[in-house]
Design a protein around this ligand. Structure first.
Ligand code: ADP
Ligand code: MG
Length: 642
């Protein structure tokens, strides 16, 4: 009989200062496991009442303001520290630190005196419960991540925490190493030097790692930490605070800062929460609205521009860059191959921009920065547990990659089974006049319609200057690097506007699913092709109809009635077919549609001639400035090459 242990996965746990996560890796790749409410981040917070645990995670966090002396947050800061050493941190984080056994720092809350590892054990046990519920089996072995700078005592405390939670810590992995593993670094190719930049809520860490790939002996990749630097009191929370203080000062309330201001604690907390949500909003938008009731009739209401926020955040980001500089110096200023971003605060565009500028490398952002460490722990767990992904998935693009175009069809840029690394570029345009934003939807699969493919990512190219439909030239690049990370870049040529997104297309995909998708594409090939053709025709014809219709209105008076009538008739037919193609593409005969479109083109020749003559007369201007730009439509439309 096969033992239960053989089937039991080795899970991966990111035991974080503010949040913890659990993940697992199977044939589909690594994924984060959700809690009972669908949440993925467990706040590393525990409440004690009458000497016992009374709440864990988000309940404990929500109650922190109400039960400050019963709540322990950030226990990780004290893990394995001596009492004398840890009391230097006391006060700053609201927890009472006392002398525990063997001179260790212990924490006191709600009538309990506990070691930090006991608090961590409560968090780990909760995550173990999430995993067992989701996986339907026991989860008694885990890879747990620790900061790169953790010493033996801190590591031992982490192991003890696991043991108390009924978990065998099969291996402790440094957080930056886990981040590298999540990206598949060290799986193939040459040795690489990478930087892991981790900016969270309360702490900043930067590590320089050397990755030596598996030499084929099966020993696995080697990760060596060349240098690490950080600041245990520098993170997103500090930026929230600085923003809150600035807003208070402006309102004439905060000459003494957030703590000195004559604000009720609840208003203070509300202000900080607003500062954080404004900050988060400004990661994706150019402005945010701040509207806080400060109590006592005082109200703060204004809009905040990203540029104003960035002026406040910049000094903090500069401090992280200074620490990066030191880490690079310590590592002997090696040539860098990759930069990996970790931590929620790296979603700030300012951080991405400054990190890219300083290192001269575009950072990896494909994986959610909150999840990347847990995903890497799960990858390590799978390696130790002998779980292998299909090798095929690693050397080639398993399924075609493309962009959804207007009407829901797919323009494929990289075909399945292309060897990686791979690159493709294609031009697209807009489908509506004066369209200033183009939505891009990246999909994976063999089917012709986006709805039948796997959705990988969506992003938007904004601030395109208003132009007629079909004139903007939107260049879309797909790059898949040696690690299988896909970067999609979109740029509008005339305005220079750019946007990009990264994903790991092979995650979430099993060999079986690849086979299923291939099979389905064969079964549906004929219907799919027809629909795709009909939709492309409709998109093309829409632009024709619009051009011809507009031109006809301008020159109607100069044309024979017979010509006008026949053009009107053809326009009417094509418009009806376009409408039908949109509502029921399968009922449209593509050949008949093509013929109707050609008939319209023939009938409208006099309209074009007359319109050109009119515009020549009017403006004496050459008509050569608007060269046709693209053969295909994207998020947007193709221009008919007429
Ligand atoms: P830690 O490693 O300290 O546990 P996290 O990695 O969870 O922290 O990061 C938490 C921080 O990330 C918080 O300061 C939060 O405000 C910030 N954050 C989360 N999402 C965003 C976002 N979209 N833009 C800017 N900051 C963000
Ligand atoms: Mg973290």
């Amino acid at each position: 009989m096969e033992g239960a242990e053989a089937r039991e996965p080795i899970i991966g746990i990111d035991l974080g200062t503010t949040h913890s996560l659990v993940a697992v890796c199977d044939a589909a790749g690594p994924r984060v496991i959700e809690g009972p409410a669908g949440e993925r981040l467990l706040p590393s917070v525990v409440r004690y009442s009458n000497g016992r645990v009374s709440a864990v995670g988000s309940d404990a966090r929500k109650g922190a303001a109400e039960f400050p002396d019963q709540t322990i947050a950030s226990a990780k800061r004290w893990m394995g520290r001596a009492h004398g050493e840890a009391s230097a941190l006391d006060g700053a984080f609201g927890v009472e630190v006392v002398a525990g056994p063997r001179g260790l720092a212990a924490l006191r809350a709600g009538g309990a005196t506990v070691l930090p590892q006991e608090v961590a054990a409560v968090v780990l046990a909760e995550l173990r419960g999430w995993a067992e519920r989701a996986l339907g089996c026991a989860a008694r072995r885990a890879v747990i991540t620790v900061p790169a700078y953790f010493d033996d005592g801190q590591r031992q405390a982490t192991r003890d925490a696991a043991r108390l939670a009924g978990i065998e810590a099969v291996r402790l992995v440094p957080e930056p190493t886990a981040a590298a593993l999540a990206y598949g670094l060290g799986r193939r190719g040459h040795p690489e030097t990478i930087v892991v930049y981790d900016l969270g809520g309360g702490t900043f860490d930067v590590s320089v790692l050397e990755v030596t790939p598996d030499d084929g002996s099966g020993a696995g990749a080697m990760f060596r930490v060349l240098a690490t630097h950080g600041d245990t009191r520098l993170g997103g929370d500090d930026i929230d605070r600085a923003l809150a203080e600035r807003l208070l000062a402006e309102a004439g309330l905060g000459s003494a800062g957030l703590d000195g201001a004559s604000l009720a604690p609840a208003s203070r907390q509300a202000l900080r929460d607003f500062a954080e949500s404004a900050k988060i909003a400004l990661s994706t938008r150019d402005s945010a609205t701040v509207d806080v009731d400060l109590g006592g009739g005082a109200r703060l209401s204004r809009s905040l521009l990203r540029s104003e926020f960035e002026a406040i955040a910049r000094p903090f980001v500069e401090r992280t860059i200074e620490l990066c500089r030191r880490a690079l110096d310590d590592a002997g200023n090696p040539h860098l191959d990759r930069v990996v971003l970790v931590g929620g605060s790296t979603r700030m565009p300012l951080v991405r921009q400054e990190v890219a500028r300083f290192f001269g490398v575009e950072p990896y952002t494909a994986l959610d920065p909150d999840m990347v460490v847990a995903l890497g722990a799960a990858v390590q767990g799978a390696l130790l547990g002998g779980v292998r992904r299909d090798a095929l998935l690693l050397d080639v693009i398993p399924l075609s990659l493309g962009i959804e175009t207007v009407g829901g069809a797919v323009a494929k840029l990289l075909m399945r089974n292309s060897a990686i690394p791979a690159f493709a570029r294609e031009m697209f345009s807009t489908s509506v006049d004066n369209q200033t934003a183009v939505r891009l939807h990246v999909v994976q699969g063999e089917r012709e319609m986006a709805a039948d493919c796997r959705s990988l990512a969506r992003f938007e190219l904004r601030n395109i200057p208003p132009m007629p439909a079909g004139i903007p030239q939107v260049e879309v690049d797909f790059t898949v690097d040696a690690n299988g990370v896909l970067q999609v870049r979109a740029g509008e040529r005339r305005s220079g506007q750019r946007a990009s997104v990264q994903v790991v297309p092979s995650y979430g995909l099993t060999a079986e699913e690849v086979e299923r998708m291939e099979r389905e594409s064969l079964t549906h090939a004929r219907d799919d092709m027809r629909r795709h053709r009909v939709i492309d025709l409709a998109v093309n014809a829409s632009l024709d109809v619009k051009w011809i219709g507009d031109a006809l209105e301008r020159v109607r008076a100069h044309l024979d009635t017979a010509v006008v009538e026949s053009v009107d008739q053809e326009l009417h037919r094509v418009r009806a077919l376009i409408a039908l193609a949109k509502s029921a593409p399968e009922s449209v005969d593509a050949n008949a549609f093509q013929q109707a479109k050609e008939a319209l083109d023939r009938a409208s020749v006099p309209v074009h001639e007359s319109a050109i003559a009119a515009s020549l007369r009017a403006e004496q201007q050459a008509a050569g400035s608007s060269e046709p730009n693209s053969e295909r439509g994207g998020g947007v439309a193709p221009r008919s090459p007429s």
